[in-house]
Design a protein around this ligand. Sequence first.
Ligand SMILES: [Zn+2]
Length: 479
Amino acid sequence: MSTAYEMVIGLEVHVELKTKTKIFCSCSTEFGAEPNTQCCPICLGYPGTLPVLNAKVVDYAIKAGLATNCTIAKFSKQDRKNYFYPDLPKAYQISQYDLPLCIGGWLDIETKNGKKRIRITRIHIEEDAGKLIHRQEGDISETLFDANRCGVSLIEIVSEPDLRSAEEVVAYLKKLRSTLLYTGVSDCKMNEGSMRCDVNLSVRKVGEEAFGTRTEMKNLNSFQFIARAIEYEFRRQVEELESGGKIVQETRRFDEVSGKTFSMRTKEDADDYRYFPDPDLCPIIISDEKIAALRAEIPMLPEERKERYIKSYGLTPYDAEMITAELKFADFFEKTAEKTKYPKLVANMLISEIFSYQLEEDEPIKIGAEHLASIAEMLGSGRINSNTAKKLLSEIWETGADPHKLVKERNLEQISDRDVLLAYVRKAIADNPKSIADYFNGKTSALKAIVGKVMAATGGKANPIIVNELIDIEIKELR
Ligand SMILES: [Zn+2]
């Protein structure tokens, strides 16, 4: 395939707000209830009912806008977006058209070429549609309708077409997700649909200014699917163009099983929706005082924390990005880092060990900051080696024991005495002539086996740096 093409991607991300009730009525938004138990004449669009805007929706949307560097519009309004689809009882969705609540923001992401700014066009508020459940039983296929989601409050975050790869898209979504999680406006659970993404993708020859015709892939809800859908759709469009074809502006569905995208319908333009201001809802007017009060409630955000971790604790941008992605890890890191001279070791243990435990969103961190700081101190000062640190961590995670006590009781201190280690090294070399022969035949990695033998013989407690030094010296003697 020709590599002379690049992809141009803009995203529309729908995020469900954490309001207790829906956007225009007092129905509950609790996830997982029995179908059609959380709806009323308003969210079902009965004639004669009137919507009342939930004030919390506006507050949350403004917070999301401030956290993503948007300007908050002092005057905005809500419009009807008219379309007919079985999941939309009213046959229109209340959204915002030409005067959205938040405009012109950005988020910075970490890419392999350094920091990149992704511009945000707008954030507007709108209501969600219901859910269609398609099922097949024997010869009968039927579609069921659940209205619980009708009228659930959403924000839609629209980016400029600044993204150029699947990695950038995932980095942007992760940054957006962590930023929103910090502000507390949404739980951003992708598996429950409270964060979903529409991908607008086109291709063009590298160096060209004009955009190609784009297609839209709707409602992708995992980072993995998004990346796969993008890779497939990019290849499809390039192949189409290379073989003399044309790209049709359309909505395409990504099939998770085959990993392919399929045409669903040709894309509607704004004209097709016949937008007009909703006559039942008054304009939204926001004061400077309101904006200032909401700004004051926003905690220090991931980007700001990241910069601080790089500066104060010497972390790499990548490590700082990983740790700040979730508020609970960032808070835990800060608490631990304050208690030790070795914050980089704390970061290492968080990323390489604790992250590998793959905690669920609401699962707590089962080790105290004091204990992790103690392990970092012992590791940093050479009292224990990294192997022991790792074992301690997983044991304390289960039992909550005191790391100092464990090291003492079990005699886990690192062996750094050169005379003691030399005896182990000489024995390992004498017992493993094949590894030594391999080494002299050019297989440099063969010495790892010798290190492994010494580690095993010392119960994993040998100082690996000194062991490597001693092996080097002994091998030179043998030459
Ligand atoms: Zn309702």
